[in-house]
Design a binder for this molecule. Structure first.
Ligand code: SAH
Length: 313
């Protein structure tokens, strides 16, 4: 993880994208120690990240290409986040979390995850950039559900609005509301695009206090998994109070299945060390929804994430 993280931080894939580079060129461009860069590149190439050519220069491979900043599914922002101290430090204390069941983040940093981020703008920028990158198959989500039947959709905990921007672009009659913490929505540049800004409101607030009312659709992507059942219920009950009686609730989350896939199971470890949250099974989502006053209509299984549709009862 640190090897990929450091390659991402130094933007090595961007440097090599312009043509093969020697160790000296890479060390110069990144202001790093040449002999250590050589050993670092040897480790990366052993993993299939970059390849050395016959002239001793390093070239892009299919794997290193996904670290390019301008790759459409770039993992660079996520690699920068996953190896950053605010994630890596608590992950290194996994043993402690497995022993005592408490997120190690809170002991290491003295505050819950999102409170800490609200007070640390550098780390928050790293987190928000990772959330705004698109390894979560945003296009697949937009294509997997008919959003055109809605009039107004609220993206609760919508981050900086990337998913909402895609949903609004694909559905020209739909109006949207982005709701997230004030410090987060301040950076919602994707929604200021002229084509959709007229149909979009941006509201800063705390979803434990309440969410914008009166819409016929509420979507929450990667939000419920950040919280334990008690906190998740508060958020869902606030959505229940706000939603129109004939409205639709959409949770976009990984769903744990009996044959746990590593992506979801490892994300669950991350939730465990960073937050009080967890990845949940379909039946766990069904009970949460029921307790919050929703019934589960269907679960649309998608690559990586699923769409859980609920309606008020
Ligand atoms: N939906 C986005 C972001 C998911 S991360 C995506 O899928 O990319 C979880 C989001 O919950 C973050 O943007 C975070 O700022 C937001 N959040 C955390 N606590 C919050 C609170 N109390 N009120 C509103 N939003 C909150």
């Amino acid at each position: 993880m640190q090897a990929i993280h450091v390659a991402a931080k130094f933007a090595l894939a961007d440097l090599v994208a312009g043509g093969p580079k020697s160790i000296e060129e890479l060390a110069d461009a990144t202001h790093t120690h040449g002999p250590s860069m050589a050993r670092f590149l040897r480790a990366l190439t052993s993993l299939g990240i970059f390849v050395e050519d016959t002239t001793g220069r390093y070239r892009q491979t299919a794997l290193s290409d996904t670290l390019r900043s301008d790759h459409p599914e770039s993992i660079r922002p996520s690699a920068i986040m996953l190896g950053a101290h605010f994630v890596w430090g608590p992950s290194g204390a996994l043993e402690e979390t497995v022993r005592n069941g408490q997120p190690s983040f809170e002991r290491v940093y003295g505050a819950p995850f999102f409170e800490y981020l609200a007070g640390h703008s550098d780390d928050a920028a790293v987190f928000n950039a990772a959330m705004s990158s698109s390894p979560d198959h945003l296009a697949a989500i937009v294509g997997a559900f008919d959003f055109s039947r809605f009039q107004r959709i609220v993206d609760v905990g919508g981050g900086q609005g990337l998913l909402l921007a895609r949903v609004l672009s694909a559905n020209p009659r739909l109006r949207g509301v982005l709701h997230d913490l004030p410090s987060v929505v301040a950076g919602a540049s994707a929604l200021r695009h002229v084509a959709i800004s007229q149909r979009c409101e941006i509201i800063g607030g705390d979803f434990f206090e309440g969410v914008p009312t009166g819409a016929d659709a509420y979507m929450l992507k990667g939000v419920i998994h950040d919280w334990n059942d008690e906190a998740a219920l508060k958020i869902l009950k606030n959505c229940r109070r706000a939603i129109r009686p004939d409205g639709t609730l959409l949770l976009i989350e990984a769903v744990v299945t009996p044959s746990a896939d590593p992506r979801t199971a490892l994300m669950d470890m991350l939730m465990m060390v960073l937050t009080s949250g967890r990845e949940r099974t379909e039946s766990e989502f069904r009970s949460l929804l029921r307790e919050a006053g929703f019934s589960m209509v269907q679960v649309i299984r998608n690559a990586g994430v699923s769409i859980i549709e609920g309606r008020p009862v």
